[in-house]
Design a protein around this ligand. Structure first.
Ligand SMILES: Nc1ncnc2c1ncn2[C@@H]1O[C@H](COP(=O)(O)OP(=O)(O)O)[C@@H](O)[C@H]1O
Ligand SMILES: [Mg+2]
Length: 364
């Protein structure tokens, strides 16, 4: 099998690596010559909307997929006549627009924070009137790692928030006083079979994921079942094939849908060492029509993101149960450069190891 991947970031890199041992040859497309994926496999350098580059990616591929959601939908739709594109571009379309995403969640019975569309400053003021404060203003498109967002606490600062997000079509969302953030990573096959990893507890700072715990501490069957039902409903509605993630806020026994990623997800990186089958392998299995892999977990697992600055690798590797992944990216403040997966026999030992790793990270 041969798979073309639009995007060559760290997600592409880890897909390529999973493909190598599966016998699935992956090739990536990325604007950068030195993308993380180019370190581990064949890569085409080109923009995502360059028809010639996309044609080269599709040439000889059995299936085309993507590893980030801001791929121009028209470009991948054009490929569909030539080669299957999975997940279906319709999923990409929904996930690219926070308004469409929230409409879909609501439609399938997943509650979301109160929200309103905002197209101009007057619209923002009206939305503040109906939603109340505090609230979060988010651009409908192109946001990631907390970019394109502003928390609004005082009505007088509406104009500043509107400017901060770049005065583009946005949504205003009620600020949720959640107990914790969770995510469910699911893989869906073409025949509708769905498998979900256990819910993961995620810790963010400045809108960027820092640490994930898998399974989420104190995870109940009830919560897992509820999250899986939501994942199934979303997957079925989109006719989804491949891995996707839904980010959730937990408030008491209630789950609220935050956003979805139509791709492998940062909160699933722990599956490489921490699960029977990694999210990357399962994504390839699903889109290649191969049987889905076991989603069982190896005990207590955590993942710590390496952000902004490379750590002393030897110090990290000296920590028992630690696995370092470096993406080979140029350091930059706020940039994800790698991650560390940690395994431990019990939750206390795991937490201790997370602290040990954090001490070696400058911007963790
Ligand atoms: N409505 C909200 N209430 C409280 N915190 C929020 C809300 N929306 C986002 N956040 C915080 O900001 C983070 C990033 O927001 P998110 O919508 O997931 O955007 P991104 O696409 O940047 O990941 C979330 O993981 C959460 O910590
Ligand atoms: Mg998010």
């Amino acid at each position: 099998m041969r798979v073309g991947i639009v995007g060559g970031g760290q997600l592409g890199m880890m897909l390529v690596e999973a493909g190598a041992s599966l016998g699935v040859d992956c090739i990536t497309l990325d604007p950068a010559a030195d993308s993380p994926a180019a370190r581990v496999g064949p890569a085409i350098q080109g923009t995502y909307d360059d028809p010639a580059a996309l044609a080269r990616l599709a040439d000889g591929a059995d299936v085309v997929t993507y590893e980030f959601e801001n791929v121009p939908v028209d470009g991948v739709r054009d490929l569909e006549g030539r080669v299957p594109v999975l997940p279906p571009p319709a999923a990409l379309e929904v996930a690219q627009d926070r308004l469409a995403e929230k409409a879909l969640f609501t439609d399938v019975g997943l509650q979301v924070p109160a929200f309103a569309a905002v197209d101009d400053l007057d619209g923002l003021r009206a939305a503040v009137g109906s939603i109340g404060l505090p609230a979060v203003l988010k651009t409908r498109r192109f946001g990631y790692d907390g970019k394109g967002q502003a928390v609004l606490r005082h009505e007088e600062l509406a104009e500043d928030a509107w400017r901060a997000v770049g005065e583009v079509p946005s949504i205003l969302e009620a600020f949720v006083p959640f107990d914790r953030e969770l995510s469910i990573v699911a893989v869906r096959a073409a025949d509708g079979e769905l498998r979900c990893y256990p819910l993961v507890e995620n810790h963010h700072r400045e809108g960027i994921l820092r640490v994930s715990y898998a399974p989420a501490p104190a995870l109940t069957d009830e919560l897992q079942t509820a999250a899986e039902a939501h994942a199934r409903a979303v997957g079925d509605r989109l006719g989804y094939v491949g891995v996707f993630a839904i980010e959730l806020f937990q408030a008491g026994g209630t789950l609220l849908g935050n956003e979805m990623a139509p791709r492998v997800h940062n909160s699933g990186h722990w599956t490489i060492e921490g699960a029977e089958t990694s999210q990357f392998e399962n994504h390839l299995r699903a889109i290649c029509g191969l049987p889905l892999g076991d989603v069982g977990v190896h005990g207590n697992v955590a993942m710590v993101n390496v952000i902004g600055q490379e750590p002393d690798a030897a110090a990290i590797l000296a920590i028992p149960g630690a696995h370092l992944h470096s993406y080979g990216k140029q350091p930059r403040p706020g940039r994800k450069l790698g991650h560390v997966t940690l395994l431990a026999d019990d939750p206390d030992a795991l937490r201790e190891r997370v602290l040990q790793v954090s001490r070696h990270l400058t911007d963790a």
